[in-house]
Design a protein around this ligand. Structure first.
Ligand code: SF4
Ligand code: FE
Length: 482
């Protein structure tokens, strides 16, 4: 079974006995919970679209290892064409869900761990690459969703892992046994962990020799003994409990993040991909971050498409779509959004093979892509709010709209152009509210800022890759300086 259907995927997650907490309670059935279900629907879309002939070329690929048709989310990129298709697939999914669809972190972890373990084994004659290939084939064959978990809680940011007051603030090996390791710690902001079958853990930063116990990478099922997850709150999340789809804005889809705690979890040897080789921690981080910075040039652009469409509809419903300043704002939003897409495509087109043979994006361009992502969605949202008008945040609730006494007044006084039902106008404004201020703003705004590394992390990488000395030579040459 190399391709699961959407409903098989939902069933397979339902079968996992993961330990999930929210609002101080253990959630018995996370897949059925109204706050969590929209995020499962978003991942399900990565399975649903893979079943459709019109998306087969973007969503699936023939596995070079097995000859089976597999979901692109479990693929190792073999060409720049693969890298480009990845970005286009992410844009498509952003358009279909208007949310974070979560599955990319596993794909990005796959590709980073693949090439890093290959180079690690060459140096140390270890067997991490072999371990990883075995795990990867298992995931490809069963079409699993994998969470790529990198970010540690990090405590005092000015101190390295081993110097923290609490040694568990970076995930670490607490015991080495003949058959494996015991790990303790946590991974924060874990996108889609509750909708995944497996977790790939990676270190969060470059490390020195004293951080040996922290330089660890492995794979573990989400429901392994000792793992539990605490769901992060999102702005307006409890609207999903009120049974009022209009007020939710995006009626079906959402994203989710969790704090994943590892309370002394056993990892068998054959699932370990890095264990104390500190000098390879940086390579794994850099490559994973690079891939995920590329990813944003797809997914955020797809969500941007939805936002631009919603703003254009709000203008139509308000009767202002012919106003020149509105047209100009929509042009500006499109220009910003397509600039982000251009960055995602450019870093893919300029990719090159690693020693292992898989393709890595151009790291300078991927970091430029993400740096722009930390800015443009905010400007796109500003323009969307400008076009939408104040009703986006002052509109009464669905319950009022449906009330027999008050409803007709809302229908009458909140109408825009005469031939558009007030309900349509309110629905589009709620979708805009969801994307600009509500649950989806987690993915579209703050995640654009901090996901895949905060802006300063990209600036460090841009500085490293900028090759100033060759630029100085160019200038010297033209200025006639020896
Ligand atoms: Fe995928 Fe984007 Fe969500 Fe990251 S933020 S998991 S790239 S949809
Ligand atoms: Fe992300």
């Amino acid at each position: 079974m190399a391709l699961m259907t959407g409903s098989q995927y939902v069933e397979s997650i339902r079968e996992r006995t993961m330990e999930v907490y929210m609002f101080g309670k253990k959630i018995q059935y996370p897949t059925e919970h109204p706050i969590l279900r929209p995020s499962l629907n978003s991942v399900k879309m990565t399975y649903d679209l893979a079943q459709l002939p019109e998306y087969q070329d973007l969503m699936t690929v023939i596995s070079p290892e097995t000859g089976e048709r597999i979901n692109r989310f479990t693929h190792i990129h073999r060409s720049t064409e693969d890298l480009i298709k990845k970005v286009k697939m992410q844009r498509l999914l952003g358009q279909k869900t208007g949310s974070c669809f979560q599955r990319c972190v596993g794909m990005d972890a796959f590709n980073a761990v693949y090439s890093t373990t290959y180079e690690l084994d060459q140096q140390y004659h270890t067997h991490y690459f072999e371990n990883f290939i075995k795990f990867m084939l298992h995931c490809k064959h069963l079409d699993l969703t994998v969470d790529g978990a990198m970010t540690d809680p990090k405590g005092n940011r000015s101190l390295p892992p081993h110097a923290q007051a609490d040694p568990d603030l970076y995930l670490r090996v607490v015991e080495r046994r003949d058959d494996g390791i015991i790990v303790r710690g946590a991974k924060a902001h874990q996108t889609g962990a509750i909708n995944s079958h497996e977790l790939i853990i990676m270190p969060t930063c470059s490390m020195g020799p004293e951080d040996k116990d922290y330089a660890v990478s492995f794979a573990v099922p989400v429901d392994a003994k000792g793992i539990f997850m605490v769901i992060g709150r999102q702005s307006c999340d409890t609207r999903k409990l009120e049974n009022c789809p209009m007020d939710v804005g995006n009626v079906q889809f959402g994203g989710v993040e969790a704090l994943v705690v590892f309370d002394d979890v056993f990892i068998p040897n054959e699932r370990i991909f890095l264990n104390g080789e500190t000098e390879f921690a940086g390579m794994m981080v850099e490559r994973f971050a690079g891939y995920h910075r590329q990813s944003y040039g797809g997914c955020k652009v797809g969500v941007g498409d939805v936002l631009i469409g919603a703003a254009a509809l709000a203008a139509d419903y308000n009767g202002v779509s012919k106003a020149s300043h509105i047209k100009d704002k929509l042009i500006e939003m499109t220009h910003l959004n397509e600039t982000l897409f251009s960055c995602g495509i450019a870093c893919s087109a300029e990719g090159c093979p690693t020693k292992s043979g898989n393709y890595l994006i151009d790291l300078l361009l991927a970091n430029v892509c993400k740096q722009n992502i930390t800015r443009y969605p905010y400007e796109i949202v500003r323009l969307a709010e400008d076009i939408a008008g104040g009703l986006m945040v002052t509109a009464p609730s669905e319950a009022d709209f449906k009330d027999s006494k008050i409803g007709p007044y809302i229908e009458k006084y909140l109408k825009g152009v005469a031939d558009i039902p007030t309900e349509n106008r309110l629905r589009i404004l709620r979708l805009l509210e969801n994307l600009c201020l509500g649950t989806a703003a987690v993915g579209y705004l703050t995640e654009s800022m901090h996901g895949a590394g905060s802006p300063q992390a990209q600036r460090i990488m841009i500085a490293r890759q900028s090759d100033l000395s060759s630029k100085k030579d160019l200038a010297k040459n033209l200025a006639g300086i020896d």
